[in-house]
Design a protein around this ligand. Structure first.
Ligand code: UD1
Length: 424
């Protein structure tokens, strides 16, 4: 199994180009099921999660063509199979995104229940409840969600008790082909939701309210849509991770191809810690700080501080003076990185969903194990300032969501190598 070897690299400089957002690419790939013809996706990140979802569509009968490294064309005309098997859902929970579009187009599908994962139980009850409100008959048999709507889905009012990103996306896609109007109350407001709505709007669906507390969608009553070429928005989490690489090493670096508005919660927190941040129309530069101050974070839905950046800021907190506090509100078990950061010498105490990080601490390189996607990037950040050498194992987590991570980090001066064997 591959692992990463990182030497202390605390004087970084240069620029990094940010890739397309994995979490926008995934629902848009699922949305190609709603299309009449080929859909061209540009700025698509070449990461494992994206490849898995495209492979899944192909297992259902779709065709895909790689036009260039970051441009893919997908045609779902020949889909004949509507069963999303456990083996694929197990590899990637976001496969649940096929539930809404398959049901809307074919009036039936079977999608394996995802089960728990490293960061918590992660139920999909809200997805199921919403589909049944839209007229689907749903039963759970042998671990599969069996959904049937022989007369198609009908628009309805969907009230989410809890904000769910992929749940909102499933309803949006289902509503796009449903008969009548769907109103989603308390939807997610993430930029990835807004992009999905904008794309469907361009494809002919009447949609309003994306990015607000209420989205209204007038369905096409089963008629497939006409997509234009789609350019995936930049990945705000990848961007935030590289800003943290600048922050933890107190170096000045620039990230290009970003939408600064999407990163406000992150850049504001970095300013609070003591960094000067220069923001241009599509780039952000982090400048050295005189002193790094402890901070408090409570993770939240967009536009709040993203749970997907919590682990990276925990690594950063080890270099801030004083006690930083991180409260995880969204996932009950998203602290698997704590043990690994402690192995590097971090002084962290955990009580329920609150972590207190006592800084500043000198970290020392060690063998550590990645436990989930964002935890892996926190370990990379910690390795940048840990004395000596750190080996990060189980990096397949990282490959799910970071495109060309070694190349990008090397280009700003990180001593990083991907090596084979020596797995844990
Ligand atoms: C998405 C993102 C993930 C991010 C998360 C929160 C994608 C592919 N993934 O995941 O990177 O960390 O949003 O920003 O976009 N919940 C339920 N029942 C449901 C659905 C969700 O109780 O049916 C709960 C979850 O357990 C969690 C909370 O709602 O506590 C938010 O989860 P959700 O927004 O659904 O996360 P994902 O869409 O899976």
């Amino acid at each position: 199994m591959d692992y990463l070897k990182i030497e202390k690299s605390d004087n970084l400089h240069g620029n990094i180009d940010i890739s397309g957002a994995k979490n926008s690419a995934l629902p848009l790939i699922a949305a190609t099921i709603l299309s009449k013809s080929d859909v061209i996706l540009e700025n698509i990140p070449n990461v494992v999660d994206v490849k898995v979802l495209i492979k899944l569509l192909m297992m259902l009968g779709a065709d895909s063509k790689i036009i260039s490294e970051n441009i893919v064309s997908i045609n779902t005309r020949n889909i004949s199979n509507t069963q999303v098997v456990y083996d694929m859902v197990r590899k990637m929970r976001a496969s649940i995104l096929l539930l809404g579009p398959l049901l809307a187009r074919f009036g039936k599908c079977q999608v394996s229940l995802p089960g728990g994962c490293a960061i918590g139980a992660r139920p999909v009850d809200l997805h199921i409840k919403a589909m049944s409100n839209m007229g689907a008959d749903i039963s759970i048999i042998n671990g599969y969600i069996n959904a049937i709507a022989p007369k198609g889905l009908r628009g309805s009012d969907i009230i989410f008790d809890k904000i769910t990103v992929t749940g909102t996306e499933n309803v949006i896609m289902a509503a796009a082909l449903a008969k009548g109007t769907t109103t989603i109350i308390n939807p997610a407001k993430e930029p990835e939701i807004v992009q999905l709505c904008d794309v469907l709007k361009q494809a002919g669906v009447e949609i309003s309210g994306q990015g607000t507390n209420e989205i209204v969608i007038v369905g096409s009553d089963g008629e497939l849509l006409n997509f234009s070429n789609i350019s995936i928005i930049p990945d705000r989490i990848e961007a935030g991770t590289y800003l943290c690489a600048g922050a933890i090493t107190n170096s000045s670096i620039t990230i290009n191809n970003v939408i600064p508005k999407h990163l406000e919660a992150i850049t504001n927190k970095l300013k609070e810690i003591g960094f000067d941040i220069e923001i241009d129309s599509n780039s952000i530069t982090i400048l050295k700080a005189r002193e790094l101050n402890a901070f408090e974070i409570t993770t939240s839905e967009y536009p709040g501080f993203p749970t997907d950046m919590q682990a990276q800021f925990m690594a950063l907190a080890t270099q801030c003076n004083g006690v930083s506090t991180i409260k995880e509100r969204l996932f009950e078990n998203r602290f698997m990185h704590v043990n690994e950061l402690q192995r590097l010498g971090a002084n962290i105490s955990l009580l329920g969903n609150v972590a207190n990080i006592n800084g500043r601490t000198d970290l020392i390189g060690a063998d550590v194990m990645a436990t989930d996607l964002r935890a892996s990037s926190a370990l990379i950040l910690a390795a940048l300032i840990a004395n000596g050498q750190t080996k990060i194992h189980r990096i397949y987590h990282l490959d799910r969501g970071y495109e060309k991570i070694e190349q990008k980090l090397s280009s700003i001066g990180v001593k990083i190598q991907r090596l084979k064997g020596d797995s844990v």
